[in-house]
Write a protein that binds this ligand. Structure first.
Ligand code: ATP
Ligand code: MG
Length: 410
């Protein structure tokens, strides 16, 4: 139990942020949020999620507050939450509960204050009186603790409402952002690297419902590298409940690029241009309005502005690049925080490793790429890659057999 935690809490009070700004859409956002909270709490059968007076409560009915809060930490749109103890509307009971809350704290606070809100106006004591009564009770029954109204180590909050008195002090930060799936659908280009899962997570954090697209060159590269992407999708699914992944065979196309492109320095450019074309096709089919990638400006040769222009050329859909201004160390810090780092660094060879030229073009020419592409039967290649693709829905608990996936494109 963290600082200021409560034993046997009755509720978790959930606070949400930005959606309060959304005016007429507010209740739609709130409903989405409640739906998402219910999704992560699935399996904890006794808990109940309720909304009253614009607030969301998770009624614990004996479930552990820590287990519930661990799951709430994965819900986008939540600012913070607090374990709450409920008492009858009886000042003596309120005093004792506040006192035991302070006594349970570890480390022991040296200073405290009491704050009170009274939405039930018929309660006989007014807010300042409630604070005095409870504060006095704590001072009388503890040693070595004083009141500090400006910078207390802990604040005991007492809210007097119709349903009873709600007492809490611990405030646990949530991950923030917008409620999952409240901003529409996007297609994320998901490699097995460190960057694209972080980019995907950041886009999901702003409310995008993402579907991943992964290109692989099995059997030239191992099935493990596909399994790795499934593992990453699984980590992402712990934030959204599920994550759809389109797995696309790319070996044929890669061979065609090698055969038809004379400027080896442009191999990656052409490959990326075809990634985009296929992703755009999937976006259209899935009614997605954006493509998300893990590019970061200047990180590698194919991530210069010139490269991005060549890669985007002719693709009419906004491309979101959440990492574009981030340093590698910043990206790694997020990867560690969200749980994608470990699977990302598994040492499986990815499709590019044998395909990357010694000197990739940092200022690729669109006409060189187009010349090679004209020699390829692009439509047929793309059609066949899509026809041989496999779509799976990953959940935090799914067990997916890789054989079912690679069986397809042999
Ligand atoms: P990452 O760590 O995400 O692999 P990276 O730094 O290795 O990124 P690149 O290899 O240049 O960067 O890839 C740039 C972006 O292109 C990736 O972030 C990802 O969005 C996309 N991408 C690269 N390889 C694949 C792949 N095999 N399947 C799907 N998308 C890919
Ligand atoms: Mg990569």
């Amino acid at each position: 139990m963290g600082k200021g935690g409560i034993m046997n809490a009755d509720y978790i009070l959930v606070r949400f942020g930005e959606i309060a700004l959304k005016g007429r859409n507010r209740s739609r956002f709130e409903d989405k949020l409640i739906q998402n909270i219910r999704k992560v709490l699935k399996g904890l059968n006794q808990v109940k999620v309720t909304k009253t007076y614009g607030r969301i409560y998770v009624e614990l009915s004996g479930e552990s507050a820590d287990i519930v809060m661990e799951r709430l930490k994965k819900v986008f749109g939540l600012i913070s939450f607090s374990p709450v103890k409920r008492t009858e509307l009886d000042i003596n009971e309120m005093k004792d509960t506040a006192l035991s809350l302070i006594q349970q704290m570890n480390p022991k606070p040296k200073t405290f204050k009491v704050e009170s809100k009274r939405s039930l106006k018929t309660f006989p004591l007014r807010s300042p009186e409630i604070c005095n009564e409870i504060g006095g009770h704590i001072l009388t029954n503890t040693e070595g603790i004083t009141v500090d109204v400006h910078h207390p180590d802990t604040t005991v909050n007492v809210e007097v409402r119709d349903e009873g008195a709600f007492i809490f002090s611990q405030v646990v930060p949530g991950i923030g952002g917008m409620p999952g799936e409240s901003s529409g659908r996007g297609i994320a280009l998901l490699s097995g690297g460190i960057d694209s899962p972080v980019a995907s997570w950041l886009a999901m954090k702003r409310g995008l419902l993402l579907e991943g697209v992964h290109f692989h060159t099995y059997p030239m590269t191992s099935a493990d590298s596909i399994q790795k992407v499934i593992e990453l999708a699984k980590v992402l699914s712990t934030y959204s409940g599920h994550f759809k992944l389109h797995i696309i065979p790319f070996l044929e196309i890669q061979k065609e690029i090698k055969k038809n492109n004379e400027k080896v320095s442009h191999n990656i450019t052409i490959m990326r241009r075809i990634f985009m074309r296929i992703a755009k096709e999937i976006a259209d089919r899935r009614k997605a309005l954006t493509i998300v990638t893990g590019e970061s400006l200047g990180q590698v040769a194919s991530q210069t502005l010139e490269s991005m222009v060549a890669i985007n050329h002719g693709i009419d859909i906004p491309v979101i690049r959440p990492l574009i201004t981030m340093d590698k160390l910043e990206i790694i810090a997020i990867a560690k925080k969200i749980g994608t780092f470990e699977p990302s660094i598994l040492p499986y060879e990815d499709m590019c490793s044998r395909f990357v030229p010694k000197k990739p073009a940092t200022k690729p020419s669109i006409s060189i790429a187009e010349r090679a592409e004209k020699k390829m039967d692009m439509e047929k290649l793309i059609e066949s890659a899509l026809a041989n693709s496999k779509t799976i829905t990953v959940t935090p608990y799914s067990k997916i057999s890789i054989d079912d996936i690679i069986g397809i494109d042999e």
